[in-house]
Design a protein. Sequence first.
Length: 350
Amino acid sequence: MEIQLGADSYQIKIQSGALDQVGKWLQNLWPAKKIALISDSHVFPLYGEKVMAQLVAVGFDVRPVVVPAGEKSKSLAQAEKLYEFLAEAGFTRSDAVVALGGGVVGDLTGFVASTYMRGLPFVQIPTSLLAQVDSSIGGKTAVNSSQAKNLIGTFAQPAGVLIDPETLQTLAAPQVSEGIAEIIKCALIKDRTLWQRLENFSTTAELLAQAESVITSALAVKKWAVEQDEFDLGTRLLLNFGHTIGHALENTVGYGTLSHGEAVAIGMVKITEAAEEKQLTPVGISAQLKPLVQKFGLPIDYQPWEPAKLFKAITHDKKTRGDQLKLVLLKQIGEGYLKTIPLTEMKEFL
């Protein structure tokens, strides 16, 4: 699949066993050069040596660096440690960066690569389902702050993305569910056929057996949105369905208490229920959504539900423009739309 963005276009390779071809793949993108291989303490022991060996075999000078696994590594403090690593290793703009890991590693690495010396080329090798269907594609990079998730970031497209669904075999069940939340989102906003496929799967195992095609379908939705609206000013905002409440939940309960996918699942259910009450979404969609979400091991609620704290977090949401907020709602399953509301009205939705 190709993301077509003019000079910033790049290819996504989606293939089981693709990790065995990473040396050849990267050799086709870049000449032999110095590479920082950034991974985390969970993923590097699984795949780090394998990737390093392939890159060294085709002539790359690989400098690995491992950050602590978990959402807490998406911070300016961790970014600063990576800047120091790159500087001490003598990295210049003729060198490059590889992100090997899930969404945290991808977002952090993209942010560091795009800001160190005003930008190094980088590629994404996502190893979690969440990163494979969402965060590794589209060029959004970010770290969190105490005020809001992904508050500090850049738009910087990768030079390429390599997706190997076989890496999903080493994920724990909750991590798989987390990625399925984003697949459900893609189906709801743009692909009714994908929704029907999700309904027809009896178990997560059935979905994973068709991982290549399911990932491709979800990414087709993201490709459509990114190519129309690279900088998140209109159409691309549809990809944030469930995220306004989801990000606020992550912030208020503490990063890591709820996974991103769990928070998004709750956000999709809650915003749809509220929109149905306000006659902004047809009644009955939430009744179809809740059992689907639960089938894949995702929650539909969180207690204690604290509207005042959630609203405070939402005031820092990147979809907020002045005193207005762009909400993503559903006209029907397979068709999302944007509705601008006064920020204060969000209190009623909560």
